[in-house]
Each structure stands twice: as C-alpha cells, then as structure tokens.
Design a protein around this ligand. Sequence first.
Ligand code: PHE
Ligand code: ZN
Length: 876
Amino acid sequence: MRTDTPVTIHRQDYAPPAFLVDRVGLEFRLDPAATEVRARLALRRNPAAAADAPLRLDGDGLALQEARMDGTVLPPERLVFGADGSLTIADPPASGLLETLVRIAPEANTSLMGLYTSGGNFYTQCEAEGFRRITFFPDRPDVMSRYTVTIHADRLRCPVLLSNGNLVEQGGEGATHWVRWEDPHPKPSYLFALVAGDLVSVSDRFTTRSGREVALHIWVRRGDESRCGHAMDSLKRSMAWDEEVFGLEYDLDVFNIAAVSDFNMGAMENKGLNVFNTKYVLASPESATDGDWQGIETVVAHEYFHNWTGNRVTCRDWFQLSLKEGLTVFRDQEFSADMGSRAVKRIRDVRGLRAAQFPEDAGPMAHPVRPDSYIEIDNFYTPTVYQKGAEVVRLIHTRIGAAAFRRGMDLYIARNDNQAVTIEDFVRAMQDASGIDLSSFMGWYDQAGTPEIAAEDRYDPAARRYTLTLRQQTPPTRGQADKRPVPIPVAMGLLGPDGREQPTRLASENAAQSGTRTLLLEAAEQSFVFEDVPAPPVPSLLRGFSAPVRLRGVPRDRLRFLAVHDTDPFVRWESGQQYAASVMLEMVAAQQRGEALGFDAALAEAVANTLAAADADPAFAAEALVLPGEGFLADQMEIADPVAIHLVRRHLRAEIGRRCGPALRATYDALADHGPYRIDGASIGRRALRNACLAYLTAAGDTALAKAQFDAATNMTDSLAALALLADGDGPAREAALASFHARWRGDDLVLDKWFAIQAMAARPDAIAQVRALQAHPDFDLKNPNRARSLIASFAAGNPSQFHDLSGEGYRFLADAVIALDPVNGSIAARLVGPLGQWRRQSAARGALMRRELQRVLDTPDLSKGTFEKASKALL
Ligand code: PHE
Ligand code: ZN
C-alpha cells in the first residue's frame, strides 16, 4: 500500500504560472550512466500572476550539482527541495538568469519518460510531464520558450545528434563532438526532444507551396533503411494535404522523424523532431500487414498535423488535452478518408470508438472529453479524449459545414498562434466564423457518458404527413448524476416502401430537399414533421454516424430493410451489424438458459447477398461480413457473459461457413492474388475480403485451406490471417505453423510482437497456461512496451472468454503483470489495469474475483500514482 494518498489536480484550480521563461539554453554532456544537463533559463515574473508567487521549478529524480542566479552561486538556504522532487528558489528577483546543473542516468531510466537509452542510443519523451526528469523547469504547457540546445557526445557512439528546430553550429575535435540546435518557435517543455546515437537516415525533400525547401529525414537503426519508404511517402502526402485542405504549411527547414523500439505510445509530435515507435515507421510487404500499413499512414499524418494543432497553438493546461488531440485525430481521419475509401474508413473508426470508448464511457474511468480532475495525467490519454474528442470536432464540422469550419480553423490559428489556449477558444473561433451559436456544444466537452437516442414515428395517410419523434438521454456517470441534453446532429433520409430515397420537406420549408439532410436534436424530446410523404417511409438515421450516440430500438425488419436499401454505406453496414447483434444477443440468452442455439437463416442470406455484390467494393464487403465483436456484444448486456458470447459467435461463424461454403470458397478462389504484391486501397480490400471468407471456411472445419495459405503466403497480411486461424484451433498444423513463423521472424521485433499477440488471443482452454509460459519465453521482455502489450494487453483485452475464466486465473495473471511492471514502467502498468475495472458488468462471482485482484494491486508497496489512480477508481 502507498503510505500517502496522491494529490488530485482540479481543472477549476488553474492559476497562471508565477514566472515565464522567455529563453532556454540547454547543454547536454551525454553519458549513459551520468549525463550532465546544464540549463540557463531567462526568467521573469508573469504580470498575470500574484506578485509574491514563489519561483517553483518542477523536478523529478534530479541530482542538483549547482545553481546560480545571474552568475552568483545560490546558497543552500535559498534552495528548497520539495518531497515531489521540485525546487523552490527563495527570494527570487523579478527577472534573472537561472543556471542549474543536474546529473541523470539515462540507462537506468526504464520509465521511458525523460531521457533514456534504447539499444545504446539516447531518446527523450517529455509529454506530458517528462521534461522535469531532465532539468528543473516550470514543466507546464502554458510556459512557452525559445530553446537553444547544445549536445556534446562521443563521436563514435553518437555520430548523430538531433534536437528541435534548425542545426546552427557544430564542432569538436578528438573523441567528442558537439552540435547546436535552435528552435525559432516558442514552445512548451513537453515538445522538447533530443535524439542521439548511431543512426542512419532515409532522406527526401518537400517544397511547400510558398516555396520553402524542407529536408525530410527518417532516422533509424542501420539495416532498417529499406523499410522507411511508406512512412516517407505518408509524410509527403500529409504535408501536401494540410496545405490543400487547411492552407497550413510547414514552418522549419528540416523535419526529422526518429524511430525507437522502446516507446510508451504510438508517436510524439516534438517540434521538428517527431519520435516514433518503430511500429509506426517500419514496414515491408513481407513483414507488415495492411493494417500496419494504414496505421503508419495515419500516425505519420497525425504527428505531422500536430505541428499546427498542438505545437503552434498549444494547450493552456492538461485538462485541455483534447484541444490538440481530438482536433488532430479529426484531421488525420479526414486525411485517411481522402487517401482511400471514406465509407470504409468511417466504419473502421466507428468500430474502434465502440470497442474502446463506449465501454470506457460506461465504466469506472468514465470522464468528460475535458476532464474535471486527475491524479496522473498519463491516465487521460484515453479513447474519450482522443476518439470521442474527434467526434465532437466532427459534430461541429457537421453543424456549421465544411466551408465555415475551414474559416473557423483559419480564425483559430490567427487568433491563437504561439499561445497556450483552451477548448473555449476553439469553439469560439468556430462560432465566430460560422455565425452559429455553439455554446450548447460545450456540453459534449463537459459531460461524460454516451447519449442514447430513440426514435418513434407516425404516418398519417390522409394528410400524407410523417412525424418523427427523437428522444435523448445521457446515463449518469460518477460525479455527474444528472445530464442535460446535448445538441445532436442527426443526418438522415427517408426511404419509400420500394427502398428508394424520398425527397423530404419539413413543415417549415417551402421546397423539398433531396438526399441526406441533418436534423438538430437539441432538447430531450423533439418532433420533426415531414409533409407530402406518399407512403409510410423507413427512416434512415445517423447517416455516416453523425454523432457518437447509441441509437436504440430500431426494429429488426427495418434493420434488414436498411441493410439492403439505404443509400448511405455507413447505415447499410450499421444496420447489418445491429441486426446480427440483436440475433446474437438472443442466442446468448438461449445459451444461458441451456437451450439449443438454432440459426437465423437471414444471416446466411445477408452473407450471400454481400458476397454476390462484393465485386463493387470488396473492402466494404469485408467489413459487412465480419460479425459484431465479442466486446461490442458484451457492451450491450447489463451483465456480460463472455463465455456464452464466445460460444455463440463461434457457433454462428461455423454455421455460416457451412451454409455459405460454396459461395465463400468461390469468392476466396476468385480473389487469389496472381500478380505482383501491391499495397493500394483496392488490393487491401481484396485481401480483407478473402481473409474474411477464409475465417468462415476455417470455422466450418476446413483447416487445410488456412494451412495452405499460411505455407504459400508471400505477404504478412495473408500469413498472419492464416496463422491466427490456425493458432485458434488444435492439432499439429497449429504447432508447426507457430514454430516456423517464430524461426523465420525471430530477429524482427515487430513481427515477434504479432507472434506473441496471436497466441495470447487464441481462445483455447489452455490460454492462461500459454500466456504464463510465453512470459517465460526468452524473447519476452517486460521492459519493452510493445512486447509487454503484445502478450498482456492482447490477452486481457483481446481474449475475453479466457481472461474471464471462472477460475479467476486470468485476472490473477493480469494483476501479477501489473505488479511486476509498475516499478519498471508505471504508465504502461496503469494502462493494463483497465480490463479489471469492468467488474460491475460481470457476474457477481467474476466481479468478486476481479475486485480481489484490484485490491491486491492496491496493496502493493510504493505503487506508482498512475496505477494507484486506475486501481482505486476501478474499485469505487
Ligand atoms: N501526443 C502524442 C500523440 O497523440 C501521444 C503521446 C502522449 C506520446 C504521451 C507520448 C507520450 O500524438
Ligand atoms: Zn496526438
């Protein structure tokens, strides 16, 4: 148990910084065991703060060697060290030059926050509060400074020395050399970066539309150069897209990306020097799946887009995190939609939102897009802040339209450039540019929970009048019992009995409109009256998923109708999924009562129809073929039953595989790739569809096909799809395939992660024994976040029927892993706690076992405050 209770930080307590730092000079003498960091801070009192506010500098684990103010050594009595690692300077002048020298040990830093080593090279990670592990500083985003960084290092060990901005000077003789970087743009400390080591670069150029020549470099370990092409290509396309769509140009002469295999997150947008998890840089057809390929495109774009939304305009405090993250996710989603199929991209994004964010919003960690309080800000890099935040930006985009949104972006940047601002500043710019009152949209930022909407309708044949009544309600979440209605744009249309889209005219309008229109549901209940409706229509609601809500109670016959006829591809997909989900939930209930499962022939019919029409858009067909996931189904149940859900899904897949066998096989065969391997939207779509067919055929008992595909595959997508199916089953093909995959890829970390993940997610009765054994495998490394996630998170989040085994062993495995990881890397440990927090949605027996493990985590001495926050909130 921790002996103290960590402090909770509240949004309402924001106060401006006591001192501003106009300029920062940093000088590093790099050494893995003892790096010296000299910092020179040009400080002055902030006129906006109290005149007697103390000069307090954040610090974490720093050994201070000396401190001077304006050249004079500060005596010990003027240096006050806080229990939290901070340093307060007594009797500070109104302005002055503070110089500190500290020593740190990067090679001993396993948290991967601050300065650390990976494979002998040096990297930093400062967001959110890592800069204080490098030097004493007011480590908060509203302190923006101009940085000059000098790096001294061993010439042989560290031929490459990088930091933010432009390289301005270099020199040195003998064994050490040095470089100086200057970043002309003021920035908060969380955007500082340093990378040094024996790296090689893949280089290219980009000319901005105003004619600036930008050198582009991707820095990797020797041997990885050949796998950077796609990342580079994605970068250039992102740069061009941001100019075209938002008029935003790059603002330095060099853009560096450095890839590192030990990294807590996906990537980091440090000014002019992005640092990336290798997972989002390195790709070759043999080693990366189509999903990896798309992930790289998205993440490269996301980090690049932060240059304006995050870096030039940054956050005042961490409660505003979604100001940069929600907006930047929205921007990367739009970019990817423009690069490929908009409909398929939207379907995938919604699938992701529902898999991660909806459960979060319904669980113990539910929080608003703009949280009110936190203990550890690391815990708030969540699907709510990122994905729901992006949905809220999309709501505003839908409400005011693309043209006004673009004007709003221009205004937002013009007003707030080089400043640290709040979400209100963003919404205000959108409001002023559009002339539309957006004040009620703040409800989306301030209320947690997923709003639910229900529709009821009435048709009056005599008056040819159709009335659609929409109701909304947001469930209570911790600390927010009563919710007010939020503005919900409902994109919709009406289909006639023949399945054709009807023109629509609201009672208040003179002329009918054709195609999709958007209703704005602002009150708890509202009716919309349509005139001149010749026959009772079927409403198609939430086209394109126009709001992150749950639409309840659409009858099954309408779902089937919409799945076939709607003009909106999202609603066609969605209706098919909701239909299947409703059938599956009924089957889960039957399973719980011990009844036979049966089969709804309409599902086989839907699969047959999808296959028959698949040629037109294979990627869409692949999305439509995949049954709703186990997590999605669990999320629809008051008390989940992961084992029954798994059985039902397995049963259905086998039934469909048997009943549609010939058609599935014909599609599978027709899609065989004969030409050279290509990665473009059409080829990716064909592979996705083919592998969706393979999954059904394998479920129906034909494992020979998966084995043949695995043996013959020349790309990772097909190889891994087959391996996952084999690993899920039994028999000699399983062990042989896993062994040969390991033998082939043992030298490739990113592929080995997949090997671990596939076994962790195999829904076999021996899964827990398998993950325990894999934890002892020589290739397992708890310190490497990708590897830890590939085994532990894949099992806990990706194998629900085994994780929730009634023995409680799955829970025990997870808690053991959290306890072991916490002292090594607290932020990754805290992230792993999540699945145990779902205990309220499980049976009483499972819930008790889960709580016991959460308590065991909490009872661990010296628990990090992040893991403490997750485990204690989960137990509440
Ligand atoms: N800011 C990063 C992004 O969204 C994510 C990140 C957060 C990375 C914290 C590292 C640490 O692009
Ligand atoms: Zn981001």
